[in-house]
Ligand binder design. Structure first.
Ligand SMILES: Nc1ncnc2c1ncn2[C@@H]1O[C@H](COP(=O)(O)OP(=O)(O)O)[C@@H](O)[C@H]1O
Ligand SMILES: [Mg+2]
Length: 256
């Protein structure tokens, strides 16, 4: 397993006050796999993703990455691992400085991680952007001068400049038009193959989860209720919540 969570728990605010955002969650993501994490808004998906990446601290439980227990690593000890574990956010515009050109933002992570001199960093960023189907010309523009779909591609290119192994995709297409969504999803798949990536694909959309994933984990109020291949989750859901989720989506499918 590339990524493993064992009994992860996280409360916000005073302990014992209300329910845990993430409550005793155990899951694992195999190398090269896409695990979809599905559940309604507020059920704890983003919190779980951020816990796995050690972007926030949990209350209890263990996190393993590539065989090593990273739960208690210091920020300094985490530094070399940070580049291997990345996140792609729902709002691509929030990850770009509005007054920096796209190429300047694309180069930054490599510079921060002291990976390459400026010229080499630039060359790599441009190469990745072009491999993701972007024209090199648009990289001289500012974030507001390109479309949401283009910006999400550039955000992906930027993550890829660090040669990550694991990427948390936090609802990466939910802000995009439906037609653009499909393009970004297929691009994510191509990138996964080409660069040997492992994904945690967070979404509230069961159709999307079933289309992109090898396995689905269903989350409800901080807990993972069940996990399995899409066909198993959709055709033989075990929990009442999953059954409701599936029938709601069937209902939508029939209506269309
Ligand atoms: N930084 C935070 N401070 C306090 N509460 C938070 C914070 N982040 C998330 N929460 C709460 O934790 C719960 C899970 O949120 P989140 O992980 O964002 O859910 P999801 O991504 O599934 O929509 C929610 O009740 C949310 O209000
Ligand atoms: Mg979220």
């Amino acid at each position: 397993m590339l990524v493993e969570a064992i009994g992860l728990t996280k409360h916000f605010g005073a302990r014992g006050a209300g329910v845990a955002a993430v409550d005793n969650v155990s899951l694992a993501v195999a190398e090269g796999e896409t695990l979809a994490l599905i559940g309604e808004s507020g059920c704890g998906k983003s919190t779980l993703g951020r816990l796995l990446l050690r972007l926030i601290a949990g209350d209890s439980g263990r996190i393993k990455f590539d065989g090593a227990d990273i739960t208690d690593l210091s920020q300094r000890a985490l530094r070399p691992l940070r580049q291997k574990m990345q996140i792609l956010f729902q709002h691509p515009d929030s990850s770009f400085h509005p007054r920096k050109t796209l190429i300047a933002s694309l180069i930054e992570p490599q510079r921060l991680h002291l990976l390459a001199p400026r010229a080499a960093a630039r060359e790599k960023a441009v190469r990745l952007a072009v491999e993701l189907g972007l024209h090199a010309d648009i990289l001289d523009r500012y974030p507001h001068q390109v479309s949401g779909g283009q910006l999400q591609r550039i955000a992906l290119a930027r993550v890829l400049t660090l040669d990550p192994k694991f990427i948390v995709l936090d609802e990466p297409t939910s802000m995009l038009d439906v037609s653009v969504q499909a393009q970004v999803v297929s691009l994510l798949r191509v990138a996964q193959q080409r660069y040997g990536l492992t994904y945690l694909f967070i979404t509230h959309d069961l159709d999307l989860a079933a289309a992109v994933s090898d396995r689905i984990a269903v989350m409800y109020r901080g807990r993972v209720l069940e996990q399995g291949p899409p066909a198993k989750i959709v055709d033989a859901p075990e929990h009442d919540y999953t059954k409701r989720l599936v029938s709601a989506f069937r209902y939508y499918l029939k209506k269309d």
